[in-house]
Structure formats: structure tokens, C-alpha cells
Write a protein of this length. Structure first.
Length: 605
């Protein structure tokens, strides 16, 4: 019996491995080839921009065109990296295949006109869109699709930077802060290795970095540790983490500011382009445009220049951060990671001058540590540092990455990233598996409440708040009859028929969209974590993989007549569904000025 179970398990594992080889290898070859095309095109676009400096004046026009095209034809592709992360957390409509050509062309266009952006976002989106398309083609289950999407992220990341091991770990680590998605370990590693090999097979190379500090020294201990230097690395790690936090938060604030100033999205990059061109002339340099990896002018500030002891630029990292935030927050396409390499290397070089530390070593530490803090992926960044710079300084790399991760707080450049395990035991108020986006909303609301209380206190004319003058105003409640319908289903249920490039739509999405078209007042979809439906068995959310059999519900709020009409109209979608109606009252709070009403009263005779 035990022998049969043992060999049965081995056979099952062999079949699973064979399945992933057959699915992941073609996907990784396709992703590696597209990344090779992307890197080649990126170099040509950068060369073209240096040859024709007037191209930066086309930045506003190019920005308008790409954002308009995304709105007109891109549909779900505009979600970018956050869409891929969301689809891994909660499989639904999938990642559209059109994301690949859209992000490829628009990122090259961004660099052609001088936008300060990176390349990781493009590579990850190429990997996610190709993986999603292949997964739909072979009809993978939602759980397997989730793993394949992680392998796609690993393939894109590993190929674009030439760091396959870091790419695999990044795909497992980036989804949830404090958790690793080990079920995708082998597929992610396989995808990253094959994609990186394919990229190199096309003749595409990567920038080589080197640390000369202690390069010729004879080892006396395992890592040539220096206690004083380790202390300086720790201090630098704090600065790297704070810089990562500041970059992420300013990026999100800038995005919100663009939306508030210009509700029409295609105009935002027009404004950003005008600001960037003005900054170029104000500073008298174009060093902070584009990728920042190389320049035909040897005196320009680039990532490589920060590794040279003879190059001094204490504020280049801050200018690059400003240029990048202005560019990406407005809607230009690309990634944040290569600019973060620039920012980290520049900050590390500056700190080395202040602390009296080796410049090339600290440039390398900042290169990976700021990235670790901004993406909450310290292990992937440690491994990237070892792959790029060698294992000689692994302890310093680990200290810088881990301290930066801790000091960056629960912020991230990826708003769909979730908080699985808080970074410190004192952060007990963070809900389980909350997204960074949701957590920022909660923090903003809490800050607004606090500011409101401070303002109320400042209105008092006496030191005792209880002695403040009472403003004679009240509010009244107006109530009206309303109803609520809850429609129960499973998240994997689809609509019948074809849904275009994405295939059949998830039923809950279709119902919400139809409710919007029908003028229903409120329509939301609720996911559950534990329970059962129709007297079935108990279902629980998987620790790592979402359970597609858990019940979810679509909640509609409107008048009873509207809800009845909606259910009759969409009876084909609602057949055999559990539908519950509940009577509600809607309350409207209206301002009522008591003093004004009293003044209008006519005295009795």
C-alpha cells in the first residue's frame, strides 16, 4: 500500500513537471524573443534620440497619442503590471494579448522622445500577456493559470536584466509582502532561464557592472567583513529605504494630482512633456531623460558613471527621481525599475562621499536596495546583486536590501501588491491580505479625520473646548424606500458565447456592467473567504492559491421595480442562481439651518 502511494505520488509529480515543461518552455521562448526585440529597439530609439535632439519637442504629441490609443483600443491593457498582479491574486478576465504590442510600441515611443522611464514594466507585461494567451489556448485551470502568469513575470524580468534567478524569485515575492508563492517555484525558474537564454541567443547583451573594492585582496574571512563599513552600510540602507518610500508615495501623489488637474487623460502627458522640456532648459542638461544607462557623452551622468570615483554628482539621483515621477505618473509607458537603479546608484555614490566609504560598492548597494524598498522584494534584489556584482560582497548587499525593505514601510510602486505579513510586529492594525491601494485609501481617510479634528479644535475661541460657541445648525434625515438584491455564484463562472480577445467574461463582471447600463444605483461584487452555499460543503480560501469554488455575490441596490426589471431582462444570465431580495431604506442627510427657520417664523397673534 505504501509502495503504491509512493510511486503514485512520483508519477503525479512527473506528469506535473512534464506539463509545465510543455507549457512554460514555448511561452518563455516567445517572451525571450520579444524582450530581445524590445531591447534592440530600445537601443536604436535611444541612439536616434541622441542623433536628433529635436525629438524631445515631440514629447507632448507622443504622450497624447499613446494615452489616447490606450483609452480607445487598449481596454484592459492599460492596467499594466497591476492588472497582472490582480489576475494572479483573483483570476478573472485574464490579461489581454493586446497588452504586448501596446506596451512594446508605446515604451519605445516614450524613450524615443526622451521620457524618463525604464524597461521592467514592459518586460513583465510582455511576459504576463503571452503567458495568459497560452494559458487560455491550452485551457488551464484558474490555479494553473495563476502559476503560469508568475512564470511569465519571471521570464520577462529575467530576460530584460539578464538575471534569471532574481527574475524567478521576484515573480514569487512581488505579489504579497512577507509571503513567497512557492507553488510556482520550478515553473518560474524554468521560464526565467529559458527566456534569458533565448534573449542571449538572439545576440542581445546586457550592461556589465563591476566593483573594484577588495577585488585583489586575499580573503582572511568568508566575506572580508569590516565592522565599521558594515555600520555605514546599515546607515545607507536606512537612506535607501526612505528614498524608496518617498519615490513610491510621490509617484502616487503625482498621479492623483494629474487626475485632479486634467480629468481628460490624454492631456496629462502633454502637461508632463511641457514640464520636462522646461526642466531640460532650466538645468541645461538632458542627462536625466531616457533610460540613463549609457550616453555618447562620457561626461554625462549615467548609472555606470556612479561607479567611477572620479565622477561627482550629489544630486543627480534626486533629479532623476523627479523626471521619472513626472513622466510615468502622467501616463507615459515604461517601468520604474531602471530609473530606481539610477536613483539608488546615485544616492549610494553620494552617501559614499559623505561617509567615506568605497564609491563603487555603495553605488552597487543603492542599485539593488532602493529597488528592494520600492517593490518589497529584498530576496530577489539580494540575488540580483549577486548575479550582477558577484558574491564577494553578499553580506553588505543583504544588509542594505533588508534594511531598505524594513525602512520603506508598507508602500510600493505596485498598488495591487498585498500585505501578507506586516514588516514589524508593532504593525498589528493592518488587515490581512489588504492591497497597498486599499491601505493607502484607509490611511488617507484616517489622516483626513485627524486633520478635521485639528481644524475643529482650532475654531475654538477659548482654551476649553467645552466652552466653544455653539453653532445653531442641525441636519435632517429624509428616508425613501429602496431594495437590495444579492445574486450568489462562483467567481469562475463565465457568460456564454465569445467575449472578444479575452474569451468569455466572468459572470460577476458582466452583471455589474449590465447593471451600470441599466441605471442601477449601486452594483458591487463581493468575494468571500470561508463558507458554503446551497447546503454544499464548507469552502475555505487557499493559503496560497485562491479557491475558485468559494461563493461570491453581486449586490445590486435600486428601487424594487428596477431590480425586478433587471432580473427579468437578464434571466438567461441568472438562471439557476440563488437570488435574495431585501427591503431597505435610503437615508439622505440634508442641512437644516435652525436659526434661519426661527427667523422666518411669524409670531402668533
Amino acid at each position: 500500500m505504501l509502495t503504491s502511494a509512493f510511486f503514485g505520488l512520483r508519477l503525479q509529480q512527473t506528469r506535473s513537471l512534464a506539463k509545465w515543461i510543455l507549457v512554460v518552455v514555448p511561452m518563455a521562448v516567445a517572451v525571450g524573443s520579444l524582450v530581445a526585440l524590445f531591447l534592440w529597439s530600445l537601443d536604436k530609439a535611444t541612439e536616434f534620440r541622441f542623433d536628433f535632439p529635436w525629438l524631445i519637442y515631440l514629447m507632448p504629441v507622443a504622450g497624447f497619442a499613446m494615452v489616447w490609443a490606450y483609452q480607445k483600443f487598449g481596454k484592459g491593457a492599460e492596467g499594466g503590471n497591476n492588472l497582472i498582479v490582480e489576475q494572479i491574486h483573483e483570476p478573472g478576465g485574464g490579461v489581454p494579448l493586446r497588452m504586448a504590442p501596446f506596451v512594446l510600441v508605446t515604451t519605445i515611443l516614450t524613450h524615443l522622445v526622451g521620457g524618463s522611464a525604464g524597461r521592467e514594466g514592459t518586460a513583465v507585461q510582455l511576459g504576463g500577456s503571452i503567458a495568459s494567451a497560452i494559458g487560455r489556448m491550452v485551457r488551464l485551470s484558474p490555479a494553473d493559470m495563476r502559476i503560469l502568469l508568475m512564470a511569465g513575470i519571471a521570464a520577462g524580468f529575467g530576460a530584460v536584466f539578464g538575471t534569471p534567478i532574481a527574475g524567478a524569485i521576484f515573480a514569487l515575492e512581488v505579489l504579497t509582502i512577507g509571503k513567497m508563492q512557492y507553488e510556482a517555484l520550478l515553473p518560474a525558474l524554468l521560464g526565467a532561464i529559458v527566456a534569458d537564454w533565448t534573449c542571449h541567443a538572439w545576440g542581445i547583451g546586457h550592461t556589465q557592472y563591476a566593483i573594484t573594492y577588495l577585488s585583489g585582496a586575499v580573503r582572511t574571512t568568508g566575506f572580508n567583513l569590516d565592522v565599521v563599513l558594515l555600520f555605514k552600510v546599515t546607515l545607507a540602507g536606512v537612506a535607501f529605504g526612505l528614498a524608496a518610500h518617498l519615490f513610491a508615495e510621490l509617484s502616487h501623489l503625482a498621479s492623483s494630482a494629474y487626475k485632479a488637474i486634467l480629468p481628460y487623460a490624454p492631456l496629462r502627458p502633454v502637461l508632463a512633456g511641457a514640464i520636462l522640456i522646461s526642466l531640460v532648459y532650466l538645468l541645461g542638461t538632458r542627462e536625466y531623460l531616457g533610460l540613463g544607462v549609457w550616453s555618447p557623452n562620457p561626461d554625462d551622468t549615467t548609472i555606470l558613471s556612479f561607479f567611477r570615483p572620479d565622477h561627482v554628482d550629489y544630486w543627480g539621483w534626486a533629479w532623476k527621481a523627479l523626471f521619472t515621477i513626472i513622466t510615468l505618473s502622467a501616463g507615459f509607458k515604461g517601468g520604474e525599475v531602471t530609473p530606481l537603479f539610477f536613483i539608488g546608484a546615485g544616492l549610494g555614490s553620494a552617501l559614499a562621499g559623505v561617509l567615506g566609504a568605497p564609491i563603487d560598492l555603495f553605488a552597487a548597494l543603492g542599485f539593488v536596495a532602493v529597488f528592494a524598498g520600492a517593490t518589497n522584494t529584498p530576496l530577489a534584489c539580494l540575488i540580483m546583486g549577486i548575479e550582477l556584482f558577484g558574491a564577494e560582497h553578499a553580506v553588505y548587499l543583504a544588509v542594505a536590501c533588508f534594511v531598505a525593505y524594513l525602512c520603506s514601510g508598507h508602500s510600493s510602486i505596485y498598488l495591487s501588491q498585498r500585505v501578507g505579513v506586516p514588516k514589524t510586529t508593532t504593525a498589528k492594525g493592518i488587515p490581512a491580505d489588504i492591497s497597498v491601494r486599499h491601505m493607502r485609501d484607509i490611511n488617507a481617510q484616517a489622516l483626513g479625520d485627524y486633520v478635521g479634528k485639528v481644524r475643529l479644535r482650532s475654531l475654538g475661541t477659548t482654551t476649553n473646548l467645552n466652552e466653544r460657541p455653539i453653532i445653531v445648525t442641525q441636519h435632517k434625515l429624509h428616508s425613501s424606500e429602496i431594495g437590495m438584491v444579492r445574486i450568489y455564484m462562483k467567481p469562475r463562472e463565465k457568460t456564454s458565447g465569445k467575449g472578444g480577445w479575452l474569451g468569455s467574461k466572468p459572470l460577476y463582471r458582466e452583471l455589474v456592467m449590465q447593471a451600470k447600463s441599466a441605471g442601477i444605483m449601486n452594483a458591487v461584487a463581493h468575494h468571500t473567504h470561508f463558507g458554503y452555499s446551497n447546503s454544499g460543503k464548507l469552502q475555505d480560501e487557499g493559503f496560497e492559491i485562491p479557491n475558485p469554488d468559494l461563493t461570491m455575490c453581486v449586490e445590486l441596490i435600486a428601487s424594487r421595480d428596477q431590480l425586478e426589471e433587471f432580473c427579468r431582462t437578464h434571466g438567461a444570465l441568472l438562471r439557476n442562481k440563488v437570488i435574495v431580495y431585501k427591503h431597505l431604506e435610503q437615508w439622505d442627510v440634508v442641512h437644516h439651518d435652525v436659526a434661519a427657520e426661527e427667523a422666518l417664523k411669524v409670531p402668533a397673534p
